[in-house]
Design a binder for this molecule. Structure first.
Ligand SMILES: *Cc1c(COP(=O)(O)O)cnc(C)c1O
Length: 402
């Protein structure tokens, strides 16, 4: 690791890279290799590679036990999970979602022929603002889909109350929130159903994968059939279905990861406190906090910048860090409403999404997870502090470079 003594030591001004190896947001957490490979070998020996194999069955059982939810249906990815869940609760027309989320939330709906109607977030929690939901409800609205952004629960109670009042369905995109709680109860138990993603970059990964969880027996049966071409438990096709199955290798990874969940959370929590300590008092930046005693997986380290105070702009800091091999992300800028195909929608969402627009320009997600060390985190923070300390000068020189 190369220290920065003068601003000329930054790569952007001709210096040497701080890190030889790439440190990046979303670097996969990997569980015990030996146990994973044993499970994969067993699957190969069985020659039962997919179609509700023993690994998938065990994984579903373990996930539902961990969450304390009645039903877990493993699927091939989170996006497919959202689509199947939307289909299973018969969503049509319009669904209210936040714009400040990964584009899959909106895409899953749009792909199903449903129009995502974007709701702004509140400036305290950055979750969909329940005070703005009702004015977005029309005769075409069939549901509200909340997103537990960065693994922090959205305003579940308020959303559910509004939905009840207007007779709407409620789904939660829980892609980030495995292991989190809301008012002491595990995420996965709310709404009509919740959907996790187990993509490689997510807290718990199965390479690609996801799960729909619900406490509704009837809905669970329907989802189980839909993800398997509409088959019932036997040979009869009882509905329109699709192929949303998880395979045995993915489930083997999931089972192996589950055995290390508590350790992974503890590691992420240590990283979060390390970042907190190392960045405390740095002007113009604030680390997003996780409010205890609720539980989280701490997979997202989110920095919020106030460019008026920090000297450099958010995008300049991102550029500097990337050049140093710290591959940070501006999740989830610019907001779905600014992306195709939503940006060309006839209604101008933008004017109603002021908090989303503003936040999208301020955030940076920093690397964490089991691939990064405490020393590396401290060095990343050193660079950030160095850049902010010399903010004015760096900004002037970078502006000149343009
Ligand atoms: C990752 C993600 C998804 C999609 O999950 P995949 O498993 O990648 O399909 C959906 N919503 C959010 C908020 C996500 O971050």
């Amino acid at each position: 690791m190369i220290k920065k003594e003068s601003i000329n030591d930054l790569v952007i001004f001709g210096g040497e890279q701080a890190f030889r190896e790439k440190l990046y947001v979303g670097c996969p957490n990997i569980g015990n290799r030996q146990r994973l490979l044993t499970r994969i070998n067993e699957a190969l020996d069985r020659r039962w590679l997919t179609n509700n194999g023993p690994n998938v069955q065990e994984f579903e059982k373990k996930v539902s036990e961990y969450i304390g939810v009645k039903h877990c249906i493993a699927v091939c990815n989170g996006t497919m999970g959202l689509e199947i869940a939307s289909k299973a609760v018969a969503l049509t027309g319009e669904v209210i979602v936040p714009s400040f989320t990964f584009v899959a939330t909106a895409h899953a709906l749009k792909w199903m022929g449903i129009t995502p109607v974007f709701c702004d977030i509140d400036s305290d929690t950055y979750m969909m603002d329940p005070r703005l939901i009702e004015e977005l409800i029309t005769q075409h609205t069939t549901a509200i889909m909340g997103v537990h952004l960065w693994g922090r629960p959205c305003k579940i109670e308020e959303i559910s109350q509004i939905a009840d009042k207007h007779n709407l369905k409620v789904l939660f995109d829980a892609a980030h929130a495995f292991g989190a709680t809301y008012k002491g109860k595990n995420i996965g138990n709310f709404g009509n159903a919740e959907v996790f993603s187990f993509h490689a970059t997510k807290f718990l990964n199965t390479f690609e994968g996801g799960a729909i969880v619900t406490n509704d027996d009837h809905l669970a049966l329907k989802i189980r059939s839909m993800k398997n071409f509409g088959f019932d438990s036997g040979d009869n096709v009882i509905s329109l279905g699709i192929n949303g199955k998880m395979n045995e290798i993915s489930a083997a990874m999931g089972l192996t990861m589950l055995e290390d969940v508590d350790e992974l959370i503890a590691g992420n929590y240590r990283h979060y406190t390390e970042y907190g300590k190392a960045l405390a008092g740095t002007k113009g930046i604030e680390l997003m906090s996780y409010d205890e005693p609720e539980k989280y997986n701490y997979q997202y380290i989110v920095l919020e910048m106030d460019e008026e105070i920090s000297g450099v702009t958010r995008d300049q800091l991102v550029k500097i860090l990337n050049l140093e091999n710290v591959l940070v992300r501006t999740y989830f800028a610019p907001g779905c409403h600014n992306m195709a195909p939503y940006c060309t929608a006839p209604s101008n969402f933008k004017q109603n999404l002021t908090v989303t627009e503003s936040l999208a320009g301020r955030v940076i997600c920093l690397p964490t997870g089991s691939a990064i060390t405490k020393e590396q985190i401290n060095h990343i923070c050193e660079i950030i502090r160095f850049v902010i300390k010399n903010g004015e000068e760096i900004k002037t020189r970078m502006d000149e470079l343009q």
